[in-house]
Design a protein around this ligand. Structure first.
Ligand SMILES: NC(=O)c1ccc[n+]([C@@H]2O[C@H](COP(=O)([O-])OP(=O)(O)OC[C@H]3O[C@@H](n4cnc5c(N)ncnc54)[C@H](O)[C@@H]3O)[C@@H](O)[C@H]2O)c1
Length: 368
């Protein structure tokens, strides 16, 4: 069957990753269009990646009959509107994490895609990261006995674009930006079972000048079967991206360090081009990675989504997945605001963004 034709919304960091990942699977899919509002950006992105069509307004791209599926790599606050517009235009949607900013938006996105008969696919690449997939396969085989603790951490020196630091555009800080991965990971690893409660400790340790959001986050998830998920995030770790997991059962354990564990311990007095995401320097001791996108699982994720569009595979990460994560994020921010465990289901109404539940604990206290 012919390749799935993709239109990318956005033309910077994650857009580059998606374009490269699609190119890595040329037999399954291709990028046929890109839309980005800043003058000239869509054109230069299209030129760089060999994409035939460039638009400055994503709504124009949605009228392009060649586009079957869009990939949203725009700031979080735009995810819901772009998804709803795309669904109405009959396009399948791959939405980057986090799914959106509010639970009402999540419902509206799921609803719009259902009504339009298009897929809403949630881009959680950790479900496809080869090391993490291997860890889950071993756990599912029983290698570790009953798994009672799963940890995931993602830490770096802070986001590259201003909008991440502006909670009105992002919805929250390190927990919203990075913790969404760890929450999804623990939930997936433990078999997508219900989360009973969430406890979170959040703080702003080093960035009061840049953000009202959290730059350090620890969240503890209690699952229905008693197992624990622990998610650790930071925007205060220089030296390059750190993404790792630990899995513990009564019969064994496994550890995986996605980046440093797949890198070349390297010393250079003069430096070189690129080591790893968010590393400020390549001089001295560094950990240059290879096959970075593959190690994260991005090409495998996009291949799975393309196959879902062709009906060859069933989504393992969809709008409902993104909504589960959004609910836990809300509960975690409320927990930090209230300084106590929050039970799920947690469906606060009228909350403009998750971080408000931490910054204004009275909002969290008013929720029954
Ligand atoms: N899965 C991952 O690991 C991962 C990694 C990075 C980013 N992301 C997610 O991807 C999204 C984008 O992040 P990024 O790092 O690429 O940000 P970025 O700031 O590098 O790029 C954002 C892009 O969105 C475009 N944009 C802004 N307003 C727009 C509009 N109205 N219509 C279309 N495009 C618009 C900007 O022009 C820019 O090209 C975020 O939701 C982020 O959380 C996911």
């Amino acid at each position: 069957m012919d390749k799935v034709k993709i239109g990318i919304v956005g033309s910077r960091f994650q857009a580059d990753c998606i374009a490269a990942s699609v190119k890595a699977m040329p037999e399954e899919m291709e990028v046929v269009a890109v839309a980005s509002p800043s003058k000239g950006n869509a054109e230069s992105f299209a030129k760089r990646h060999g994409i035939p069509n460039a638009y400055s307004d994503y709504r124009e791209m949605l009228r392009d009959k060649a586009v079957e599926m869009i990939s949203i790599t725009a700031p979080n606050r735009l995810h819901a509107q772009i998804t709803i517009d795309a669904a109405r235009a009959g396009k399948h949607v791959v939405c980057e994490k986090p799914l959106c900013v509010t639970l009402d938006e999540a419902d509206a996105m799921i609803d719009a895609c259902k009504k339009a008969g298009v897929l809403l696919l949630y881009a959680e690449e950790l479900f496809f990261a080869p090391k993490y997939v291997k860890a889950k396969q071993m756990a599912d085989e029983g290698a570790f006995g009953r798994v009672h603790l799963v940890k995931q951490g993602e830490k770096h020196s802070g986001p590259h674009s201003d909008w991440f630091w502006d909670v009105d555009q992002s919805g929250g800080g390190a927990l919203m930006d990075l913790g969404c991965h760890g929450i999804a990971f623990c939930w997936w690893f433990l078999g997508k079972q219900k989360v009973k409660s969430v406890y979170a400790q959040l703080s702003n340790q080093a960035h009061h000048d840049r953000t009202k959001g959290d730059d350090e986050a620890i969240a503890i998830l209690e699952f229905e079967n008693g197992a624990i998920g622990m998610v650790e995030n930071s925007w205060n770790r220089p030296g390059g991206m750190d993404d790792s997991i630990e899995v513990f059962g009564d019969k064994g354990q496994t550890y995986a360090d996605m980046l440093m564990g797949n890198a070349l311990p390297t010393y250079s007095e003069v430096g070189f081009g690129y080591a790893v995401e968010k590393a400020a320097s390549t001089k001295g001791w560094t950990y240059p990675v290879f096959e970075e996108h593959w190690n994260y699982g991005f090409p495998q994720e996009m291949r799975h989504f393309a196959r879902c569009v062709r009906g060859k595979e069933t989504p393992i990460s969809d709008g409902e997945t993104g909504r589960v994560v959004m609910e836990i994020l809300h509960a975690a921010y409320a927990s930090a605001g209230l300084a106590k465990k929050v039970s799920l289901p947690f469906r606060p109404k009228g909350i403009a963004k998750p971080v408000d539940l931490w910054l204004k604990p009275e909002l969290a206290a008013a929720i029954r």
